[in-house]
Ligand binder design. Structure first.
Ligand SMILES: *Cc1c(COP(=O)(O)O)cnc(C)c1O
Length: 356
């Protein structure tokens, strides 16, 4: 794929104080765009100065939410090399999401090439500290001026990148989560397995309610029986029960197939630590919590890597997990994954891809 690069004439100052970066708040000098037309396919791949895009008020995406996205990071190693973590997995998942919405797919090589090219143009924006990264947000949406939603003839694909601070600037503090028993996020046959804006829209109310009660996230139950554990807001969930790491199976299609989740399962199997992907009922989980067999619980995803759960609530029951502290398996997984991502540990699994 040929990418036309137009550099900005007015570069912004690169933030020097990495402790104030936050997450997804600041954006670099450039962005990647390309368009898809039904008669041309993907065309006009370009990197241009970052800035607002023009969108017609009748545009499909604003009315019918035809939008999907991805999330990955570029990491700077202590030697100054810039690398990605399993970007082909993001490309594959993007295409699985696209297929669900009848959107055009992007060849994996082109997806990764676009990510690399943009990170390379803005490479000075990749922060330096351990735990900091350049967050990469590819997304695609339908852009037709036609309120009757017919076959979509124009899609836009854009990548923006954002220097982000360490998720754990104040240490790996366990979070409080609440099992949601009213709203559901996804159903069998729906869009739960995709990374789409609509899933987040459907989650917003329960998230706000949980916040108001002092919890930071909700843990979703399945949308059919409200009996089986699915995942957290934007993370997959894992439990250590009686020494075995257990995580809900993604076979039903209502849970997002996280790349962090997949990597953790591969690491556990590689290290010979017992783990299971299967249905986990809320009854089983609460029984394990009640009887002290729930040794650890943690969310996992690109943003936080591992997010230990210190408090778990369901209806009127509230339990502390591992005394509200991070457990040894969670800590080991955090150290191993971040070690590979930031280049402190040897990449035995072959997961790291240099930007150039
Ligand atoms: C992105 C996401 C995850 C985590 O996926 P990773 O590939 O590990 O970042 C989990 N659940 C939802 C709903 C997500 O959107």
């Amino acid at each position: 794929m040929e990418i036309k690069v137009t550099k900005t004439a007015n570069p912004k100052p690169i933030p020097q104080d990495e402790s104030t970066l936050g997450f997804g708040l600041k954006f670099t000098d450039h962005m990647f765009l390309m368009d898809w037309y039904d008669d041309k396919g993907w065309t006009d791949a370009r990197i241009v100065p970052y800035g607002p895009i023009e969108i017609d008020p009748a545009s499909t995406v604003l009315h019918y939410a035809l939008e999907i996205f991805e999330g990955l990071k570029a990491y700077r190693t202590a030697e100054g090399k810039i690398q990605l973590f399993r970007p082909y997995e993001n490309a594959k998942r993007f295409n699985r999401s696209a297929a669900r919405f009848s959107m055009p797919e992007i060849p994996e090589e082109d997806f990764v090439q676009a990510v690399k090219a943009l990170v390379d143009v803005d490479s000075e924006w990749v922060p330096k500290g351990f735990g900091t990264s350049l967050y990469i947000r590819p997304f695609m949406f339908a852009d037709m001026i036609d309120l009757a939603l017919h076959y979509v003839k124009h899609y836009r694909f854009i990548i923006i990148v954002s220097p982000s601070g360490s998720y754990y600037s104040e240490g790996l503090n366990p979070v409080k989560i609440m099992i949601e028993d009213e709203d559901v996020r996804a159903v069998r046959g729906g869009t739960g397995f995709t990374k789409c804006g609509g899933n987040y829209a459907a989650s917003q109310r329960a998230g706000d309610r949980a916040m108001a009660k002092g919890y930071s996230q909700v843990l979703w139950l399945d949308g059919v029986e409200r009996k089986y554990i699915e995942e957290v807001g934007a993370m997959n969930i894992m439990f250590k029960i009686d020494g075995v790491v257990v995580t809900p199976s993604t076979a039903e299609g209502s849970i997002l197939q996280g790349i962090t989740r997949k990597s953790i399962l591969e690491l556990l199997r590689h290290k010979g630590i017992p783990c299971e992907e299967r249905k986990v009922s809320v009854d089983e989980l609460m029984d394990a919590a009640r009887t002290g067999r729930l040794e650890e619980a943690f969310g996992c995803g690109t943003a936080a890597v591992i997010s230990p759960v210190g408090v778990l609530a369901y209806k009127d029951e509230v339990y502390d997990i591992n005394g509200g502290k991070i457990g040894e398996t969670s800590q080991m997984l955090y150290d191993t994954l971040t070690g590979i991502q930031w280049g402190k540990l040897e990449d035995e699994m072959g997961w790291v891809v240099p930007v150039k």
